[in-house]
Design a protein around this ligand. Structure first.
Ligand code: ZN
Length: 707
């Protein structure tokens, strides 16, 4: 998820160029709410140079608002403290939601500079709020008295969340422990940066140097030329340098026919940060894991995972480990099946060796071609982007939720390729605005995401203004927008997030819409993916762009089968990584610093997976997500939400599938709930039971349920 938008619309920049005198005198466009429908961003008047001063002004304003709340002589009430904090920071929301939308999808050097200038200030700003003792005192007083405050359930939840966030930031620690916390935070952040820098250098240095062109057999000429250029850049003329990718498996292994080169490249990847040199990350990791455990202990938690999971659906490391253990046996079965099929392919290739991890990608690709081949050129004519959007993504939402869509060409955008739609609720009232920015650009981050330009809140009188961003190839002028099935699924996925935002029905911004835990937020999006292959929905959108003909069933079956390729491998490497993450962060503070390799081996052995043949997607020594990217004790979340999504889809099928009644039930009990209650009870209210892992096993691992 993310937010975005950008003032860079060519129309706006050109129009304003002639008005510099007037523009100089104009107030900052973020100083007051936008006058556009639903306070949509004023992409028609915003300049790149407006963001930084707006951030500075907005932080100063919110600081003043917080000071007034903290220094209020009146006794704390929900309204003069909690609601007042929720009302604060309006300008900061306006500028940051707009800025991050544009920055991530349409950046330029000015915005890059704004981000590096502003990011540390925003983090200090946040700290200054959560470490304000007077503010915390008011929150704590209310929290302790919460039973007598006559609060609505939503208010009680918001108060509790504020209290927990202050406590989690250290507000309740003794002054001595706060000093200790600050020291630990500094140590942890220094170690995280050290890890990141060592890993960057180790990955660069870990590139495989090849002396002999014959060793590159199987690779295409373009790759070989690029590797020769890498070598020249590194002053290694006449050689070839293959750079390492982040993950354990290296994409080039797929095409390489020289087994010794495959082994060499794989081993470079596996040992990249374990060479005993200055870039070896193991000592840093051992210290970092220990420091995190100590931080958790300061807060009274048994381990760092417990400290991180306190506000997540899974709640405890034990629950995550139980979940992982439930996934493992089916995954192992699938891994063994895939390994046997690959070994057979090796034998048929006239080879006698036993399959090793560096062979997997290469021979799996042969299996894919034989058993799962899908010709994109055959498939794409049935997936025209605008048809998929209107007759697939929108159609499914109309069938399920009764909502309708009307394109708006009068709402300013930051790039002319964007589309904007007004979304109407079942009674015809406006629900929100929806922007789509689908095409790849050089100044856009990779991947796909959703966020809000304006969040929903009854307190603030705002309705959702939401965007989906992706990186689909833009067709040449005059050509149809034909996309792959993977792109189709991405559209359904991101629109699932959008529905979660559009159906938000909260008073307080803190708990509105998609403001939910990491192990819940991908639930609506992964759930919505299922409708892409629902027979009614699929038949409605998958039509040949020229003839309107339905896709032949044989091709549909191929799409379904292709999705099951290499599942045991893909799931196995994710589960192994999730297990490593959780094991490292379940260490108590009393445990000594660990031997990284021995610890890793023990943790992986415990999974029951074939981790020798299907290695973890990231090894401890190069697991950037958990050592410096904020995913510590959180790597499981994406798998966890798959369980919720697949189980919920099973509920729909049991109840008749694509119907308004089913959609309304899901909207009422999940999609419109935001974070107004805990996730376990929320899921139970929807389904009448706790989530069941079986549909996920059938759908994603065993492949017995293609949809
Ligand atoms: Zn997502």
């Amino acid at each position: 998820m993310t937010r975005f938008f950008r003032f860079g619309a060519l129309v706006a920049t050109t129009a304003l160029a002639g008005l510099s005198g007037a523009a100089m005198a104009a107030p900052n466009p973020f100083a007051s709410p936008s006058t556009l429908p639903l306070q949509a961003p004023r992409f028609d008047v915003i300049h790149d140079s407006d963001y930084k001063p707006a951030f500075l002004q907005a932080m100063a304003i919110q600081k003043g608002e917080m000071r007034r709340i903290a220094n209020n002589h009146a006794a704390p009430t929900f309204d003069n403290t909690i609601a007042a904090m929720e009302r604060s920071g309006r300008m900061l929301d306006r500028v940051s939601l707009t800025f991050y939308g544009v920055y991530q999808a349409n950046t330029n050097p000015t915005l890059d500079k704004t981000q590096s200038d502003i990011a540390p200030l925003l983090s200090q700003h946040q700290d200054s709020i959560y470490l304000d003792a007077k503010l915390f005192k008011r929150v704590e007083t209310l929290y302790n008295d919460r039973a007598h405050l006559d609060l609505t359930p939503e208010q009680a939840q918001v108060l509790t969340l504020y209290y927990q966030q202050f406590v989690h930031a250290g507000a309740k620690l003794s002054p001595a422990d706060q000093v200790r916390l600050r020291a630990l935070n500094t140590q942890i952040s220094t170690l995280e940066t050290a890890f990141q820098q060592k890993l960057l250098a180790a990955t660069r240095d870990g590139a495989l140097v090849v002396d002999n062109k014959a060793a590159l057999a199987g690779l295409d000429d373009g790759s070989i030329t690029a590797f020769a250029k890498n070598a020249a850049d590194r002053k290694l003329p006449g050689k070839w340098v293959i750079p390492l990718q982040n993950t354990t498996q290296q994409p080039d292994l797929t095409d390489m026919t020289d087994r010794a080169t495959r082994e060499a490249l794989f081993k470079q990847s596996w040992t990249r940060a374990e060479k005993g040199d200055a870039n070896d990350t193991r000592a840093t990791i051992a210290t970092l894991a220990h420091a995190r455990a100590q931080k958790a202990a300061l807060f009274g938690y048994p381990d760092f995972a417990s400290y991180v999971l306190y506000d997540q659906m899974a709640d405890t490391p034990a629950a995550v480990q139980h979940f992982i253990a439930e996934l493992a046996p089916a995954t192992r079965t699938q891994q063994d099946r895939e390994a046997a099929r690959i070994q057979e392919t090796i034998r048929k290739d006239g080879q006698t060796f036993t399959l090793q991890p560096w062979d997997w990608m290469h021979y799996a690709e042969q299996v894919r071609k034989q058993d799962y081949a899908l010709d994109e050129n055959q498939v794409k004519p049935y997936f025209e982007l605008n048809t998929v959007l209107r007759d697939g993504v929108f159609f499914a939402a109309t069938q399920l939720y009764g909502i309708t869509f009307k394109q708006r060409t009068d709402i300013p955008v930051y790039n002319p390729d964007m589309m904007v739609f007004e979304v109407f609720d079942k009674d015809g009232s406006t629900l929100g605005l929806m922007y789509f920015d689908y095409f790849k650009r050089d100044n856009k981050n990779g991947g796909a995401w959703m966020s809000n330009f304006v969040g929903q809140s009854r307190l603030l009188g705002t309705k959702p203004v939401i965007y989906n961003v992706a990186n689909f190839a833009k067709p040449a002028a005059g050509q149809p927008d034909l996309i792959s099935f993977e792109d189709v699924v991405t559209m359904f996925h991101e629109f699932g997030h959008a529905l979660h935002g559009l159906f938000a029905n909260q008073t307080y911004p803190m708990v509105s819409g998609t403001q939910v835990a990491r192990d819940f937020v991908e639930f609506p999006s992964q759930f919505n993916e299922h409708w892409a292959l629902d027979p009614t929905v699929f038949a409605h959108y998958a039509r040949h762009y020229k003839t309107g003909a339905a896709m032949p069933q044989a091709l549909v079956d191929k799409i379904k089968k292709a999705a099951t390729f290499n599942r045991g491998y893909n799931m196995g490497e994710l589960i192994a990584a999730a297990q490593l993450d959780m094991a490292w962060h379940a260490l108590p503070a009393s445990a000594p610093q660990q031997d990284v390799d021995a610890f890793e081996k023990a943790a992986l052995d415990k999974t029951g997976l074939n981790t020798a043949l299907v290695p973890t997607r990231y090894r401890t020594s190069y697991f950037l997500h958990i050592w410096s990217n904020g995913y510590s004790a959180g790597y499981y979340a994406y798998l966890w939400t798959q369980m919720l999504a697949d189980d919920s889809f099973a509920w729909f099928r049991e109840h008749g599938g694509l119907t308004r009644e089913n959609g309304q039930h899901f909207r009422d009990l999940i999609l419109s709930q935001g974070h107004t209650q805990d996730y376990g009870p929320m899921f139970r209210a929807f389904y009448g039971k706790a989530p069941d892992i079986t549909p996920m096993l059938n759908h994603r691992i065993l492949g017995t349920d293609p949809n």
